[in-house]
Design a protein around this ligand. Structure first.
Ligand code: FAD
Length: 286
């Protein structure tokens, strides 16, 4: 199934993102997680690709195939291009088509000083054009409610988001954010630029203090005061931090759905308990 069907049929699409293991022997843990989530009706599951250019790229296809064949869950396979040439990208697309993957999240990838750029694909829009030409894929792309860290301004960033839509992206998934106000402002600006396809809001429940620092350095998401109060209040109380982090995400998601968001993209970091609790707490609105 191509994902545009979901956006046509549902008021709010609710998706889960997972990341494949970096090493072979940890597959079992992820399979357990996915089995535990079998009863939770996420509309599709996205599978990340080689984060930072160093992860095991082949594991994305393995997990996508597992989702499709063993769990009958529709996968969205992420694909990056900065460290790939045309042959690599086409081979990856052929592999995805061969296992029945119909949906690709086309990304540039983050720069990594230890992995040289191949200088074939400079931007995600180049990859989107290639994916659309090469096969019968539905393509999604990324966007950033607080601007991409390399952008000079949100307005300039949005011009490139528009370009990604114009060359074939059917919907966008946002970088995570903690402040819904930033998302609504972005959405408003995007619509004014003519970006009229669905935009799925990315939400990550922060359930451990250590998770926060890394998440902020990777995403550049700003921290609203009610969130920082929560962090200081429960910093030395891990069980309460865990519960409060889930509650914060639930409040965010319920507000987004009640405001008519096209979709929610849950970054639950392969934690089935977090994913299930958050989904269950929003299910009455879906
Ligand atoms: P682009 O759209 O190419 O944008 C990158 C920068 O270039 C932006 O500043 C943009 O404004 C600018 N730009 C875009 N087009 C042009 C142009 N034509 N001319 C000049 N400037 C331009 N990384 C992984 O390694 N693996 C993953 O699985 C992964 N999944 C992700 C999922 C989501 C939902 C998101 C939000 C990010 C994900 N990332 C992943 C991280 C992503 O690869 C990085 O954020 C990367 O830095 C940018 O990717 P992009 O596709 O948004 O790039």
């Amino acid at each position: 199934m191509k994902l545009d069907t979901l956006f046509r049929d549902k008021d709010c699409v609710f998706a889960l993102e997972i990341f494949p293991p970096r090493r072979q022997h940890t597959f079992a843990a992820l399979y357990d997680t996915l089995q535990q989530l079998k009863g939770v009706p996420f509309d599709y599951t996205s599978v990340t690709y080689s984060a930072g250019g160093t992860g095991a790229k082949e594991n994305t296809a393995v997990i996508a195939q597992y989702l499709k064949d063993k769990l009958q869950v529709e996968p969205l396979a992420h694909l990056t291009c900065l460290n790939s040439d045309m042959h690599d990208v086409k081979a990856e697309l052929d592999k995805m088509a061969g296992i029945g993957v119909e949906n690709i999240l086309a990304l540039r990838g983050d720069r990594n000083p230890d992995v040289p750029d191949r200088n074939v694909f400079s931007h995600a829009s180049d990859l989107i054009e290639t994916v659309k030409k090469h096969g019968d894929f539905y393509v999604a792309a990324a966007c950033y409610p607080e601007g991409h860290p390399e952008s000079t301004s949100l307005a300039a960033d949005l011009d490139y988001v528009k370009r990604k839509m114009d060359v074939g992206a059917g919907h966008f998934i946002t970088q995570l954010f903690f402040d819904n106000g930033k998302f609504f402002r972005f959405l408003n600006l995007a619509r004014k630029k003519g970006i009229n396809c669905p935009i799925e809001a990315g939400v990550m429940p922060i359930v451990r203090k250590e998770q926060l620092e890394r998440t902020i350095s990777l995403s550049s998401a700003s921290i609203p005061s009610d969130f920082s109060k929560l962090v200081s209040r429960y910093a030395d109380d891990p069980p309460s931090f865990y519960a409060a982090g889930i509650d914060y995400a639930i409040v965010q998601i319920r507000d987004l759905i009640e405001s008519g968001v096209d979709g929610v993209h849950l970054y639950a970091m392969n934690n089935s308990d977090v994913a299930e609790k958050v989904y269950d707490a929003a299910a009455d609105l879906l």
